[in-house]
Ligand binder design. Structure first.
Ligand SMILES: Cc1cc2nc3c(=O)[nH]c(=O)nc-3n(C[C@H](O)[C@H](O)[C@H](O)COP(=O)(O)O)c2cc1C
Length: 332
């Protein structure tokens, strides 16, 4: 019997296959299907800072207009007692999932400023979230902002939250840091229990008819997993926190490679949107067969075995094979 269990953010998970934030992890029907198919935990879709800010403003406006005696004229505004905010819905969803599922439920916040987040973090914890993933989807578009300023925003947000909540916090990062490894180390020192590498930035497109920017969402492909695999191989063993691989994990081979370089779990998103929740069962069975054929007893045993080799020969992942790769074009 192969032991697929893994430890992530201090949680003992039955296997390393975790559906990441997406519409599939936001509805009771689909999360039940994910659990039945073998998901070992799940990450809710993010609660967005903008939504909470907007709702807070609406509420303030309501209270203000009432204080001024304009209530009747403004009665189209929502009445707080009857008002189901996104945050309330989110908290209800955590409670509902916690009572309907046996697997850990990880909440997700998306934003960059700390205003209001401390309270929100506390409420997520009280609602029963087992951990919190912070998706800092931040594009540093201002040329006056230094790399250090950007990094400090992440670190400040984490430090503020860590002061107020006790559940583990993990940071979902983009690959666009000058030194990814150093950033992960700083986050670890600031109290992060894990990182998810890497968030995908969706690239806006230009509509040539209207000359306006149009949103553009394309699902990932397996190729994207290689960037993640390289970085996890480089930092595993040099940092001491949980690592989730996210972005481009479609096939069982992708998952195996992530584990071999030291990921504790792999997130699954695009592949489940394309093939449905039950595809987790296929990956789980294939992972088990691979371990058996390659004489591993457990995921714990195989985890990180390639990154150990990389520590002996880090050049294989760093610069030195660049020239060989370029020269090999056309020779294959
Ligand atoms: C439709 C859709 C919705 C998503 N929503 C969120 C979200 O709310 N929060 C978040 O952190 N990531 C979100 N993601 C990103 C995924 O969780 C995942 O990290 C990313 O798609 C890379 O994994 P993949 O290559 O397996 O798709 C979303 C992705 C998709 C496709």
């Amino acid at each position: 019997m192969i032991d697929l269990s893994t430890e992530y953010l201090g949680l003992k998970l039955a296997n390393p296959l975790v559906p990441s934030s997406s519409p599939l992890t936001g509805e009771l029907d689909s999360v039940k299907q994910l659990e039945d198919a073998g998901a070992s935990a799940l990450i809710l879709p993010s609660l967005f800072e903008e939504t909470i800010e907007h709702e807070q403003k609406q509420l303030e406006q309501f209270v203000h207009s009432q204080a001024l005696g304009f209530y009747e004229a403004d009665s189209y505004q929502p009445i707080p007692e009857e008002y189901d905010s996104e945050l309330d819905n989110y908290l209800d969803r955590i409670q509902q999932f916690k009572s309907s599922l046996d697997i850990p439920v990880i909440a997700s916040l998306n934003g960059i400023s700390t205003s209001g987040w401390i309270d929100t973090g506390k409420e997520l914890e009280q609602a029963g979230a087992d951990a919190l993933e912070l998706n800092v989807y931040y594009i540093a578009g201002d040329p006056n902002m230094s790399a250090e300023d950007v990094e400090n925003r992440y670190l400040q947000l984490l430090a503020d939250l860590r002061e107020h909540i006790t559940i583990p916090v993990t940071m979902k990062l983009s690959s666009q840091f000058s030194s990814v490894g150093n950033m992960v180390l700083k986050l670890q020192q600031a109290g992060a229990k894990g990182v998810s590498l890497f968030n995908r930035f969706y690239q806006p497109d230009i509509d040539l008819e209207t000359l306006r920017i149009k949103p553009h969402l394309e699902l990932s492909s397996s190729m994207e997993s290689l960037l993640r695999i390289r970085w996890i191989a480089l930092i595993r063993g040099r940092v001491d926190l949980s690592i989730a691989a996210t972005g481009g994990f479609h096939d069982t081979d992708d998952v195996i490679k992530a584990l071999l370089v030291g990921a504790d779990i792999t997130h699954l998103c695009s592949v489940l949107l394309q093939k449905g929740p039950q595809h987790i069962t296929v990956i789980k069975q294939e992972l088990e067969s691979w371990l058996e054929e390659n004489e591993y007893d457990s995921v714990a045993q195989m985890k990180g075995s390639v990154s150990q080799q990389c520590a002996i020969n880090p050049a294989a992942l760093e610069h030195s094979n660049y020239m060989d790769v370029i020269k090999s074009y056309g020779q294959l």
